[in-house]
Ligand binder design. Structure first.
Ligand code: TYC
Length: 102
């Protein structure tokens, strides 16, 4: 007497789970006051971008309002955001930075 959902053997998955960590985009926001050269320097210093790539990202943010600096695991992304905000604060720039799950 097999009714739906009854007496059906469960296949046990024995493969150990190796869950991939969620990834987070670190986003830079445009503003009217932070100098372009400071943003380029910060992209080189915090995100290890080469000068041309740093310039490209800065101009993208400047022209579109927001841009991706990199994609990282949660704790790395959190640390990058904190470093950006601290550098901006210390240099008295209003630069904003946030993270968003991919
Ligand atoms: N818009 C700024 C300016 O013209 C430059 C800038 C670029 C600021 C990117 C912030 O995330 C930013 N001085």
């Amino acid at each position: 007497d097999e009714k739906p959902g009854g007496n059906v053997a469960t296949i046990v998955k024995e493969k150990p789970k190796a869950k991939r960590p969620s990834l987070y985009k670190v986003l830079l926001l445009n503003d009217d006051y932070t100098p372009q050269e400071f943003v380029v320097w910060l992209l080189e210093a915090v995100f290890h971008k080469g000068h041309d790539e740093a310039l490209r990202i800065m101009l993208h943010v400047h022209n579109h309002g927001v841009g991706i600096c990199g994609v990282y695991t949660y704790e790395v992304a959190e640390t990058k955001v904190a470093q950006v905000l601290e550098l901006a604060r210390r240099n008295e720039h209003p630069l904003q930075c946030t993270m968003e799950r991919e």
